[in-house]
Design a protein around this ligand. Structure first.
Ligand code: PBG
Length: 313
C-alpha cells in the first residue's frame, strides 16, 4: 500500500467535477417516499410544512404538485373525525384514508398507507386495551382488517407500524399479492413528537415501550426483521433513521430484502428549528442527513423533505 507523499487523497477532491465522478452515494427521487396527512380539515404547519394536514380536496392538489415535481411515492396517514376504543375508523370503508385513496385514483404516485390504530383509538395506543395493556392477539385481526380496506380502496402497498407480534402474518393471510413494507425495527423514540401533534396520536396514558423497541437494542432489531421475513414481508424498515444508522447497517448486512429507513418528524424538526435560529443551513444539513441514511444502507427513505428535495435535486 502506498502512503504519503505518493498517495494524496486530496487529489480526488480538487474540483466538483472530480468529486462527482467518485461520489459513492447519490440521492435519487425514485428512492423517496413523501408522508402525507389527511384529516377532516386542512391545517397548514408553517414551521414544519412537511407535517401539514390536508383535507381530501387539498390532498389531491398536493399530489398533483408532487407528481409535477417528480416525486414518485407517498405514504398516507389518516386522522378520523371520531375516535373510539377499537379504532374502527381505521377499517371504515368510508374512512378518511379510504376516501383519500379513492380521490387519488389515477395518480401516477405509488400510494402506500400506514397501517396502525393509534390515530383512530380514543386512548391513542396502537392496539385494543385489555386490563390496562395493549392486547397483541386481539389487535391482529383489526390491523389486518385496516390493511384489507386500504387495498380495496386502492393502496399499492401497506406499511404496518403497530409493532404487534404476528401482524405481518395476519396481513399476509388476507392479502397474498400486496407488498408489505414492515416497520420491522421501530423504536420507542422521542423523535416522533411532531408527528403525534400532526396525527393527534399521542397516547392518553402510559407510553409505547410495551410494544415499540428499546432504543438500546440492535440484536433484537435483527430478530424483528427475521420474524417479518418469515411472515412474508417484502420490505423491511428501520425507524427512526439518523440515531439508528448502525441498525440500518446491521440490517443491510444480514438481509437481502429491500430496506427502508424512516427519517422521522423529530429529525426533520430539529434541522428546521436550527435553521430558523440561523445555526445551520437547512438544505445542506438535510442533504447530508439523507445521504448518510443511504450510505448506511437504506434503499428507500421515507422523509418529510421529499418535496423540498425534489426542488433541490
Ligand atoms: C403510527 C406511526 C408513528 C409514526 C409513524 N407511524 C407514530 C408513533 O409510533 O407514535 C412516526 C413518524 C414520525 O415521527 O415521523 N404508529
Amino acid at each position: 500500500m502506498s502512503t504519503f507523499p505518493v498517495t494524496r487523497l486530496r487529489r480526488l477532491r480538487r474540483t466538483s467535477g472530480i468529486r462527482n465522478l467518485v461520489r459513492e452515494t447519490r440521492l435519487d427521487l425514485d428512492d423517496f417516499v413523501m408522508p402525507l396527512f389527511v384529516g377532516p380539515e386542512g391545517l397548514a404547519n408553517e414551521d414544519l410544512p412537511g407535517l401539514s394536514r390536508h383535507s381530501v380536496e387539498t390532498l389531491v392538489a398536493e399530489a398533483d404538485e408532487l407528481e409535477r415535481l417528480g416525486v414518485r411515492a407517498v405514504i398516507l396517514f389518516g386522522i378520523p373525525e371520531e375516535k373510539d376504543d377499537e379504532g374502527s375508523g381505521a377499517w371504515d370503508d368510508d374512512g378518511i384514508v379510504q376516501r383519500a385513496l379513492r380521490a387519488l385514483d389515477g395518480t401516477s404516485l405509488v400510494r402506500l398507507t400506514d397501517v396502525c390504530l393509534c390515530e383512530y383509538t380514543s386512548h391513542g395506543h396502537c392496539g385494543v386495551i385489555r386490563d390496562g395493556e395493549v392486547s397483541n392477539d386481539e389487535t391482529l385481526e383489526l390491523i389486518a382488517r385496516a390493511a384489507v380496506s386500504h387495498v380495496e380502496a386502492g393502496a399499492d402497498a401497506v406499511c404496518p407500524s403497530d409493532m404487534m407480534d404476528g401482524r405481518v402474518a395476519a396481513i399476509r393471510d388476507e392479502l397474498p399479492d400486496t407488498p408489505i413494507v414492515a416497520y420491522s425495527a421501530k423504536y420507542a423514540s422521542a423523535f416522533y413528537g411532531p408527528f403525534r401533534e400532526a396525527a393527534e396520536s399521542a397516547p392518553a396514558f402510559g407510553d409505547r415501550r410495551g410494544y415499540q423497541m428499546d432504543p438500546a437494542n440492535v440484536r433484537e432489531a435483527l430478530r424483528e426483521c427475521e420474524q417479518d421475513v418469515a411472515e412474508g414481508a417484502d420490505v423491511l424498515m428501520v425507524k427512526p433513521a439518523l440515531p439508528y444508522l448502525d441498525v440500518i447497517r446491521a440490517t443491510r448486512e444480514r438481509f437481502d430484502l429491500p430496506l427502508a429507513a424512516y427519517n422521522v418528524s423529530g429529525e426533520y424538526a430539529m434541522v428546521k428549528a436550527a435553521a430558523t435560529k440561523g445555526f445551520l443551513d437547512e438544505q445542506q444539513a438535510a442533504i447530508e442527513s439523507l445521504t448518510a441514511i443511504k450510505r448506511a444502507g437504506a434503499d428507500l427513505v421515507f422523509s418529510y423533505w421529499t418535496k423540498e428535495l425534489a426542488r433541490w435535486l
